[in-house]
Design a protein around this ligand. Structure first.
Ligand SMILES: Cc1ncc(COP(=O)(O)O)c(C=O)c1O
Length: 388
C-alpha cells in the first residue's frame, strides 16, 4: 500500500558510510601532527593492507582508478596491446586502458556469480593480448586459480580489479593476493572508505615502479627526503603523474581497515536475512555464494526475471523509491553500452546483458539497522503481493 507523505519513514539510501569517533580522532591527530601528505600514516595503512593480503608491497593512492592507471603503466601496457576485461563492470579499468593506448577486449561473465568467465577469456586471447583484468563482482571472488593458470600458460599479466573485494576470498586465498597486481577502492560507498582513495598491491617490482610513476617519477618520496635531504634535492627519472594518498585520508583508512572484519560480518548478516526472506518470491533470484567463498558483500544483488516476476526491475526500483523511500542501485550499465565504447565490437555478451537488465542492488551496509533491513523486506513483499 502507498504510504502518505506524513507517515513515510526517512529515506533509506542505497549506501551510507560508517564513520566513528576512531576515524575522527585519527584525522585530528594527523591534522595536529604537521604532516598532511603521503607520509607515516599512508605507510602504516599500506603495511596493514600488504600484511593482511600477504603480498610483497602496497601503495596507497588517490582512487582505485589511479591504482588501475598506475598498474597498467607499471606493467608496460600501451599502444597496440589488448587487455581482456569483463563488460559487466565500472568504466574505470576500460577508461584507464584507453588512456594508455591499449584496447579493452570485452568478454562475457558466467551466469552464477557474474564474474568474468575463464573460458570466454581464453577464447579472446590473441597474439596482442598483454593482460587479463578480472573483477570480483559485488565482492564474490572470481575463479582466481583458473585465471592464474590461464595467465601463466599464455605469458599474460593478471590484474585484479578488487574494488569490491577487500576482505573477500576463497578457500583461504584472499581476493587481491593472486594477481601480479590488484587494485582496491575506498570510495565513499565501498566496503571501507576514505572518502576517495585506493590501493595498489602485488609484486614488488611492479608496485615499486607504480610508486615512482605515482609521485611524478621522482626518485624518492617527500617523506623519505624529510629531515635527511633538502626537499628540493630530487631527480625525475620517469614521466610520472601525481596519484599519492595524503595522510589525512590514510588516517581514515587505518581505522576503517581495522573495522573491516566487523563491517563484513554485518554485511553478511544482512545478506543472509535478505536471502532467507526473499528467496521464494516468484521471478526473484537471490545471489549465489559458491562453496569455500568468503563474500565481501559490497553488493547484495537481486535479479528480477521480467517473464515470471509481477514487476520489472525498473518498476521495483521506482516503487521502492517513490512509495517506500528506499534507495537502490544498478551494477552496472555494461561498459560496451556506454557511448565511448559503443560500436567498438565485442565478443558475444549474453550473460552480461541479461544480468544488466535484471540486477538490482538493495541497501546492504553496516550502518543499516535491523529495522531498516526489515523495512526493505516488507516493501519487496508488499510489491509482490499486490502485483501477483
Ligand atoms: C569495479 C570497480 N573498479 C573501479 C572503480 C573505481 O573506483 P574509484 O572511485 O576509487 O576510482 C569502481 C568504483 O565504483 C568499481 O566499481
Amino acid at each position: 500500500m502507498t504510504q502518505s507523505v506524513e507517515t513515510r519513514p526517512p529515506f533509506l539510501p542505497w549506501n551510507r558510510p560508517s564513520i566513528g569517533i576512531e576515524e575522527i580522532a585519527e584525522v585530528t591527530d594527523t591534522l595536529r601532527s604537521g604532516w598532511l601528505t603521503h607520509g607515516p600514516k599512508a605507510t602504516r595503512f599500506e603495511q596493514a593492507v600488504r600484511d593482511t593480503l600477504g603480498v610483497a608491497d602496497a601503495f596507497a593512492v588517490s582512487s582505485c582508478t589511479a591504482a588501475l592507471h598506475l598498474a597498467f603503466l607499471a606493467a608496460g601496457i600501451g599502444d597496440g596491446d589488448e587487455v581482456i576485461t569483463p563488460a559487466l563492470t565500472f568504466c574505470a579499468a576500460p577508461n584507464a586502458l584507453l588512456q594508455t593506448g591499449a584496447r579493452p577486449v570485452f568478454v562475457d561473465v558466467e551466469p552464477v556469480t557474474f564474474n568474468i568467465d575463464p573460458k570466454a577469456a581464453e577464447d579472446a586471447i590473441t597474439d596482442r593480448t598483454k593482460a587479463i583484468v578480472v573483477m570480483h563482482y559485488g565482492g564474490h571472488p572470481c575463479d582466481l586459480l583458473a585465471f592464474r593458470e590461464l595467465a601463466d600458460d599464455h605469458g599474460l599479466l593478471l590484474i585484479e580489479d578488487a574494488a569490491h573485494a577487500l576482505y573477500a576470498g576463497c578457500d583461504g586465498r584472499r581476493a587481491g593476493s593472486v594477481g601480479d597486481l590488484a587494485t582496491f577502492s575506498f570510495y565513499a560507498n565501498k566496503v571501507m572508505t576514505t572518502g576517495e582513495g585506493g590501493m595498489l598491491a602485488g609484486r614488488s617490482d611492479l608496485v615499486q615502479r607504480a610508486r615512482l610513476l605515482g609521485r611524478h617519477g621522482i626518485d624518492s618520496s617527500i617523506w623519505q627526503r624529510h629531515g635527511t635531504r633538502s626537499t628540493a634535492d630530487y631527480e625525475v627519472i620517469a614521466p610520472g603523474l601525481k596519484y599519492v594518498m595524503p595522510d589525512i585520508t590514510a588516517a581514515i583508512g587505518i581505522q576503517q581497515f581495522r573495522k573491516l572484519p566487523a563491517f563484513t560480518a554485518r554485511r553478511a548478516e544482512i545478506a543472509a536475512t535478505y536471502t532467507r526472506a526473499l528467496a521464494d518470491l516468484p521471478g526473484l533470484a537471490t545471489p549465489t555464494v559458491l562453496p569455500g567463498v568468503q563474500h565481501g558483500w559490497f553488493l547484495y544483488s537481486i535479479f528480477i526475471d521480467p517473464d515470471s516476476a509481477p514487476l520489472t526491475r525498473d518498476q521495483v526500483a521506482e516503487h521502492l523509491r517513490t512509495e517506500y523511500a528506499i534507495g537502490t542501485s544498478r551494477h552496472f550499465k555494461p561498459v560496451h553500452m556506454l557511448r565511448v565504447y559503443r560500436g567498438a565490437g565485442t565478443h558475444p555478451l549474453p550473460n552480461t546483458e541479461t544480468a544488466a537488465a535484471r540486477q538490482l542492488s538493495l541497501p546492504c551496509y553496516p550502518a543499516m539497522t535491523s529495522h531498516e533491513t526489515d523495512r526493505v523486506i516488507s516493501a519487496v513483499h508488499a510489491l509482490w503481493n499486490r502485483s501477483a
